[in-house]
Design a protein around this ligand. Structure first.
Ligand SMILES: [Mn+2]
Length: 354
């Protein structure tokens, strides 16, 4: 018997932090399509149920269109059971109190609810109290929860899951949601806790492979495998520009740093290293090089400027006077670096981007 564990889809998320209005709209569509594709894939492959461990929706203010789409999607796949546990983003939301609640949709409340599905028992609570959880030792137990795991038995706060309290409760697989990366944590000699992570990354704090977890149950034992599924991945790459010799050299280093990343992915490149103040670098051009190459790209210049005030201590030129004044000012170090770099470029007749 096969099941799919997913979480944190955040359908209806605005997606506008990085993207243009059109691209954000497109990504919102892609988030929804990712869920549709997952449901179709489950159906094609004889999966019995989809477990959604919270934050299917980004908030309680989801438009009717998205809500009806999801309800229709569920209703049109009667061979699949959907176990939907709300998370901190969509909890208390009356979405599925809708009149036409699909028969194959199972939800959870504040207390523990259990459902039998073939050889497994699916149990969950939206406000889990580990102390009151009782499971049969002889059942194959899959438990759904949403929150931040904590080692030990510490008092459970809102959205805190004290794993210590869940030991020796006969859990075979604890399907978690809330952290957006795939992660497994051994629970006890019998079970494992697992975050599926989100299905698609939304921002640069959600880089790397995203997907779902496939569960295969045989003789009441649960095997699990992470399956990368996201249409687009986000990447943050560093590019060390120390000692660069020309604008073309910079561009080549940047391209080297993003080498191998497919063009439909999203990339944030960060320039690091130390460079001489005199060296001009056209970051506007570099940004364009990246943007032409990827679905979305942004460039952040975090390189430091190499200034040796000693070299200018006795310099009687305009440059020397300029460096001494800036260094003696009460500005922050990064500001001094930036001003000196701009000043040097201006003095050498370069264009200055402020
Ligand atoms: Mn959450």
């Amino acid at each position: 018997m096969k099941l799919i564990h997913c979480a944190d889809l955040h359908l209806g998320s605005p997606m506008e932090a990085n993207l243009s209005h059109e691209r954000a709209r497109e990504r919102r569509g892609e988030l929804l399509s990712a869920f549709t594709e997952l449901v179709r894939l489950a159906d094609r492959n004889g999966v019995s149920a989809i477990l959604i461990a919270g934050d299917l929706f980004d908030s309680g203010h989801i438009g009717k269109k998205t809500k009806n789409y999801v309800l229709d999607l569920i209703a049109s796949h009667p061979n699949l059971s959907f176990f939907y546990l709300a998370g901190n983003h969509d909890r208390g939301y009356t979405l599925f109190d809708a009149v036409e609640h699909p028969e194959n949709l199972y939800t959870f409340g504040d207390g523990w609810s259990s459902y039998e599905l073939g050889e497994v028992t699916v149990t969950g609570s939206e406000r889990p109290d580990a102390d009151t959880l009782t499971l049969s030792e002889h059942a194959c137990n899959i438990v759904l929860m949403h929150g931040q795991e904590r080692a030990g038995r510490g008092t459970a706060g809102e959205d805190i899951i004290p794993l210590g309290k869940l030991k020796n409760k006969h859990i075979d697989y604890l399907a978690l949601g809330h952290l957006h990366d795939y992660r497994t944590i051994p629970l006890d000699t019998r079970g494992v806790a697992c975050y599926s992570g989100c299905l698609e990354g939304r921002g640069f704090d959600e880089c790397g492979k995203k997907g779902y977890v496939l569960l295969e149950v045989e003789n009441r034992r649960v095997r699990h495998t992470f399956v990368p599924f996201a249409k687009r991945e986000l990447h943050t790459v560093e590019c060390d520009i120390t000692g660069f010799t020309s604008q073309l050299d910079l561009e080549n280093r940047l391209l080297k740093a993003v080498e191998g990343i497919p063009s439909h992915h999203l990339v944030k490149a960060v320039l690091v290293g130390t460079v001489p103040a005199e060296m001009p670098k056209d970051t506007v051009h570099l940004s364009r090089v990246l943007s032409d190459r990827f679905y979305f790209a942004k460039l952040r210049d975090e390189s430091r400027i190499l200034i040796d005030p000693e070299a200018y201590r006795n310099d009687i030129s305009l440059k020397g006077e300029f460096v001494r004044r800036v260094m003696a000012s009460g500005l922050k170090e990064e500001e001094k670096e930036r001003i000196i770099a701009c000043g040097f470029r201006a003095l050498s007749g370069e264009e200055v981007d402020l």
